[in-house]
Ligand binder design. Structure first.
Ligand code: ASP
Length: 309
């Protein structure tokens, strides 16, 4: 059984961006699923799908990711192989085109799991990855607007980010994630993000924290999106994998994870899941969480998760 599910982040999708979001998800799942079918390799398929999403500026990952309070792009990503629990992650990397690929290099070429900041950037240069500026004019424009709102007295302290996001739910949208399974039963989960708009410099979210935003085991995999602090405090992706190990379906798992969030930290969150039988699940407590999924049962790509549905 081969299957793959992607998310394009939780939050509000502005109408004018919806077509780009849908098209990006479609391109990414086509590219990833092609690899899954031709190479039967969930790791390469997951990386490929996330790369396509990182390269599409409408998403908050890689090119066009959101900016920190001081106007920089600090990117986080992680990838996990369920069969062996091998994992790689990077946090706070700058000037990188595809953080998920750097995370894979951390997994395959080092004895470590997580590299951060300058160290991660030095490692990227050592690996021959050229410097790349992921900041787009579109994001800079948004950042300038938000900064001027903040200067006019909107909340600027990180503790107030919840308020800021309630007012501007589109701030959250756009992190990307993927969970894939190949015919060998290998489940791989990957997530890539710029974090939350106007985060403090140095802030690391849930994405590169194993078991928080990204996790996989032989029983299932999960990728999360939303306010990273809530996802970290509930170790949501690992919790999802534990639920699937107990035999709970991927869909019920996703729903139970959102219940857990709603009953504890109460932060805006979305999750995609995939279990060892290749069944997928997704749930969120926000306005949108665009997802795309496909499986070898019918090879039909499906897109869902927009609020009008
Ligand atoms: N979870 C990400 C973070 O907090 C943001 C997101 O999913 O939009 O860094």
């Amino acid at each position: 059984m081969k299957a793959m599910i992607l998310h394009g982040g939780v939050g509000k999708v502005k109408n004018e961006k919806r077509d780009r979001v849908e098209a990006g998800l479609k391109r990414a799942i086509e590219a990833g699923y092609k690899i899954l079918c031709e190479k039967n390799d969930a790791l390469v398929a997951c990386e490929t799908a996330v790369n396509v999403l990182e390269d599409e500026p409408v998403f908050n990952a890689g090119t066009g990711a959101v900016l920190t309070l001081d106007g920089r792009c600090e990117l986080d990503a992680a990838i996990v192989k369920g069969s062996t629990l091998e994992a790689g992650a990077v946090a706070g990397v700058e000037n990188i085109k595809n953080p998920i690929s750097l995370a894979r290099m951390v997994m395959e070429k080092t004895d470590h799991v997580l590299l951060i900041g300058d160290g991660a950037n030095n490692f990227a240069r050592l690996m021959g990855i050229p410097d790349y500026n992921p900041i787009t004019e579109e994001r800079l424009e948004e950042w300038r607007k938000l900064k001027s709102l903040l200067i006019k007295g909107e909340p600027i302290h990180w503790k107030k980010i919840q308020e800021l996001i309630k007012q501007y739910p589109e701030l959250l949208h756009g992190t990307v994630g993927c969970v894939a399974i190949d015919d060998n039963g290998e489940i791989v989960a990957g997530t890539s993000t710029g974090g939350v708009f106007l985060k403090l410099f140095g802030r690391v979210g849930d994405t590169p924290i194993l078991g928080a935003g990204t996790y996989a085991t032989p029983f299932g995999g999960a990728s999360c999106t939303g306010i990273g602090e809530g996802i970290m405090r509930t170790l949501l992706a690992k919790t999802a994998c534990d639920f699937m190990k107990m035999g709970i379906s991927a869909q019920k798992t996703a729903e139970a994870c959102i219940d857990l969030i709603n009953n504890t930290v109460m932060t805006e969150t979305g999750i995609i899941t995939l279990d060892k039988s290749g069944k997928i699940g997704f749930a969120h407590n926000a306005e949108n969480m665009p997802v795309a999924f496909v499986s070898s049962l019918d090879n039909e790509i499906k897109i869902a998760g927009f609020s009008s549905e």
